[in-house]
Design a protein around this ligand. Sequence first.
Ligand code: GMT
Length: 371
Amino acid sequence: MLKIGIACYPTVGGSGIIATELGKLLSERGHEIHFITSSIPFRLEKLHPKIYYHQVELSHYPVFQYPPYDLALISKMAEVIDREQLDILHVHYAIPHAICAILAREMAQNKVKIITTLHGTDITVLGIDQHFKKMITYAIEKSDVVTAVSRSLMEQTKQMLKIDRDIAVIHNFVNEKEYFPKTAPGLKRDFNIQPDEKILIHISNFRKVKRVQDIIYTFQKVKEQVKCKLLLVGDGPEYTSMVQLVHELELQEEVLFLGKQNNISDLLAISDLLLLLSEKESFGLVILEAMACKVPSIGTNVGGIPEVIAHGQTGYIVPAQDVEKAAEYAIQLLTDEKRWRTFSENAYLRAKKHFHSERIVNEYIEIYKNG
Ligand code: GMT
């Protein structure tokens, strides 16, 4: 049995989801898990006897202009490493978690192994920033093991940060108890969607890199030939301008903004096609969530997306910003029932074969023990 500390962003987001689900699955295998985060990770809804939560508390001492979160995290990490005698501290996202873990290891008495998992924007966005570049490189070099969620992210990290050391690729996974092909009777009707209307869905945090406008433009073309609706799920910086765009294009009857939602698998149960047309994407966890629910996807030819979608089998890959092509493929798939069924089945089988949680958790355990 290993004692494993996990640090991650606890709010909605792919890296937090992976960290939390990994902790849950490791605990089911008998390992003791210690989350070190600012609030309870949002997927840790139930009581788990072998999971402990250590809250990073902010100090509001009057001379601090801003409460120093990173320092509080370092001291909490060092405290938990020693008190709980951790074997492993697995941190998700380089800034600030990896760098904090390195400093906590220096402070602690107990010998602990630091595993850093890179998730994407910590490298592809922050890695470009000169302020952070040196710090991220340092954290990667000083970690005992570094993993990346796709081959593309591993290669990009090495190239951008000029790093020679090994970075293991461990793909993402989904919790199959939550994401599986299910029915959601009545849900389509609740959204006022006709039984014969197809549903396209996009789920993201509405950051610029997600290019939600391309989703809307693609939908505008698709709906000329297919009776359909678009569900936009999530919230973020681009939300307001996307609402505006939908109004300008007079699509407000057909595009439904659902905001942040917890029951993504229910929404996938009524969806026919997932769109993720990002300009940067290290993996695209929502594609895998869709696949596990038998929903085919169209994604862009960026980052790790082509490692997830098998072009022409589980969905299609299009060049970034090519809404014509995305619409053409969407129409092809949504108007050919036989092809859609094959893609839907293929998506499910691919998720099971390549990204099954059991396989991915084994890969992490192997790294904890022998990496
Ligand atoms: O996509 C985001 O903006 C959120 C971000 C995060 O850190 O939660 O997602 C990143 O990590 C996910 C889990 O590994 C990946 O599935 C996403 O592709 C990745 N996002 C980007 O690279 C933009």
